[in-house]
Design a protein around this ligand. Structure first.
Ligand SMILES: Cc1cc2nc3c(=O)[nH]c(=O)nc-3n(C[C@H](O)[C@H](O)[C@H](O)COP(=O)(O)OP(=O)(O)OC[C@H]3O[C@@H](n4cnc5c(N)ncnc54)[C@H](O)[C@@H]3O)c2cc1C
Length: 590
């Protein structure tokens, strides 16, 4: 069994010392009460829930997996999941960031992200059930009628019901324009929904008394492609007088047998003239889904952080305890049969890589989440608009890069264990397996890269990048004379300048050949990600100077920043070279 301790110190450092979240949040509309005291208390409780209730279910849940009963076409979750969900719901966590009008606690989105990190570290598979519900809540809040909100939203916020997002079909994955599920109007305001959806997370389970599916389907007069998709509410049990009544004709046809996240039910969902109701405008379903995409993608980025954090904690602990070999410069523990693994520079490289990527990702994700709050409740229109543009730009980095870095972090964590990492009982291999899905769902890395370069840079004329570079420039200027930041301001400023120039050059090249976009996108995503993390590491050094954290904590921040700049940031050279190599180096394959 692997250990887990909620990283409260680091999260508080990122939130309050680096990002000054208390000042930012209390200045927002309706933010008077969002003081550090309150937020600290919420973080502490979330940490406890994760450590005491969720973390112990992680490994047994993986071993047991979900059960599918052919006769009833229903799914049962692993032992302990239902009880954990009950405690989560009773604690009010399902509605933490939802409006009070729907029974929520109206806390800032950044608190949703911060607490979700703990829950996902505790048990990623389990955390997918509330995560899907959160997506459904956002859809209902933004696009539902008052009646729909009243009927479906409140019970989901209360944790009595859960939600799903039914988009994917066998022939329609990244390209949802290909989807075929049909919606026939009945004439009484309802629709008959018919089709097969695959890979539906939380499609069926035993955690709640009803499941509200949000389903993308085509109306009979729908235009072809992505402009002809509408969104429908399809409850598992039809709702009568606010209560689940007659069974609707939507059933789980099977569950997938997966490489990881085995406690999460990934279902084939068969809709056979199931009763559904249009939500939002006809043919605007995909656009409606897109309005929730930032939150959903950010949450998957957090999954990368959450898995990496737990893997890092365990590998550090293992390296401290495992006695093997002697230090290159002579024994460090002469009274023991061997030194511990920490004396080996190569083991420290693996550990520091994890620490730099984990703590850097945490700052990036919390910063992005704060933009969500500013976008919603900033003092004036210009402030809200800027936050919205900055957020749109950062999302593909927060999702695409952080989830890819989680592959590296979990791999390095396993490597620290040596052969023992490969043995199931030691638990660390589960993180490697669980992490593999996060670069695939909610838009693959390829789709994030195309979104960053194609949409956020080219279509939107790089407005988000310009905001970000202006912020980096202002930071460099403000700290130009700061002794502690001397090693970092020069390289960061130079890379920010290079990022702007490379982007301009690339934009011109793509005008001459659109294939250059696809050829550069992945490397451009990573290149952007490393510079973004460098900015947050420089901010961490500045914040450590003023922080009231313990001296050892502050020294670890300085050491990790130095490691990041010396040993991780140079990866930008490699990605720049690959970008400049262009599409000519990607010949046709027969
Ligand atoms: C465990 C699990 C849970 C899931 N949960 C849900 C859920 O709850 N609801 C739901 O609707 N779906 C869900 N999905 C589906 C998931 O979102 C899709 O698998 C994903 O969108 C990718 O689609 P695909 O698998 O068809 O891959 P494809 O779209 O076939 O992609 C294959 C490869 O081609 C690349 N590619 C495709 N198009 C482009 C492009 N335009 N530019 C660059 N590269 C491209 C991709 O990056 C990828 O590497 C889940 C999937 C899994 C495995």
């Amino acid at each position: 069994m692997t250990l887990y301790k909620a990283p409260l110190d680091d999260q508080r450092f990122a939130l309050f010392d680096v990002l000054d979240a208390e000042t930012v949040l209390t200045k927002l509309q309706g933010g008077d009460g969002h003081t550090r005291d309150l937020l600290d208390a919420v973080l502490e409780e979330a940490g406890k829930l994760s450590e005491q209730v969720l973390a112990p279910t992680n490994s047994p849940g993986d071993e047991e997996g979900c059960h599918y009963d052919k006769a009833t076409r229903s799914v049962t979750t692993p032992k302990g999941f239902k009880e954990a969900f009950r405690q989560f719901s009773e604690g009010g966590w399902a509605g933490l960031t939802m409006a009070e009008a729907f029974g929520g606690q109206a806390l800032p989105s950044v608190m949703g992200v911060a607490t979700t990190e703990f829950f996902q570290s505790g048990n990623l598979s389990w955390s997918l059930y509330p995560l899907l519900s959160e997506g459904a809540c956002h859809a209902l809040e933004m696009h539902g009628t008052e009646d729909q909100q009243h009927t479906y939203l409140k019970p989901i916020v209360a944790g009595e019901w859960t939600g799903t997002m039914c988009l994917t079909e066998p022939q329609a994955g990244s390209d949802l324009g290909l989807l075929k599920t049909r919606a026939e109007p009945v004439g009484d305001g309802s629709y008959k929904i018919t089709g097969t959806k695959i890979f539906i997370s939380a499609g069926d389970h035993d955690l709640a008394e009803n499941i509200i599916h949000l389903v993308l389907a085509r109306l009979p007069d729908a235009p072809a492609g992505s402009r002809g998709i509408s969104m429908f509410i399809v409850p598992k049990f039809k709702v009568k007088d606010g209560k689940p009544g007659e069974r609707n004709n939507v059933y789980a046809g099977a569950i997938e047998h997966k490489m990881g996240i085995r406690g999460s039910a990934t279902c084939v969902m068969n809709f056979d003239e199931a009763e559904g109701f249009l939500i939002g405008q006809p043919h605007k379903g995909l656009a409606a889904m897109f309005t929730m995409m930032n939150a959903a993608r950010l949450s998957v980025g957090v999954q990368g952080l959450a898995l990496s954090e737990r893997a890092w904690q365990n590998s550090l602990n293992y390296a401290r305890e495992r006695l093997q070999s002697r230090s290159l410069s002579g024994p460090k523990f002469p009274d023991k049969p061997a030194d511990n693994l920490l004396v080996q520079p190569d083991v420290r490289r693996m550990l520091l890589t994890q620490r730099a990527l984990v703590e850097g990702s945490r700052m990036l994700l919390l910063y992005s989440a704060l933009q969500t709050d500013i976008e919603a409740r900033g003092a004036d229109e210009a402030t809200r608009q800027k936050a919205s543009e900055l957020l749109a730009f950062l999302i593909p980095i927060a999702k695409g890069v952080v989830t890819e870095l989680a592959q590296e972090c979990t791999k390095e964590a396993l490597q620290v264990y040596g052969g023992h990492g490969f043995i199931v009982e030691n638990g660390v291999e589960q993180f490697v397996r669980d992490a593999r899905i996060i670069t695939l769902y909610e838009g693959t890395t390829g789709i994030q890269a195309a979104d960053l370069l194609g949409r956020k840079i080219l279509q939107l004329k790089g407005v988000g990048l310009q905001h970000f570079l202006a912020e980096v420039g202002a930071f460099c200027k403000a700290h130009a004379q700061d002794e502690a930041l001397r090693p970092y301001i020069g390289p960061l400023g130079a890379l920010a300048k290079e990022w702007g120039e490379l982007t301009m050059k690339l934009a011109q090249l793509i005008q001459t050949n659109p294939e250059e976009l696809g050829a550069a996108a992945n490397d451009y995503l990573y290149y952007s990600g490393y510079i973004t993390l460098a900015y947050f590491w420089a901010r961490a050094v500045a914040a450590a100077e003023k922080s009231s954290q313990q001296p050892a904590f502050k020294q670890a921040k300085r050491d990790t920043a130095a490691f990041f700049f010396a040993r991780v940031l140079p990866r930008t050279h490699l990605h720049k070279a690959a970008i400049e190599a262009g599409v000519a180096t990607l010949p046709a394959i027969a």
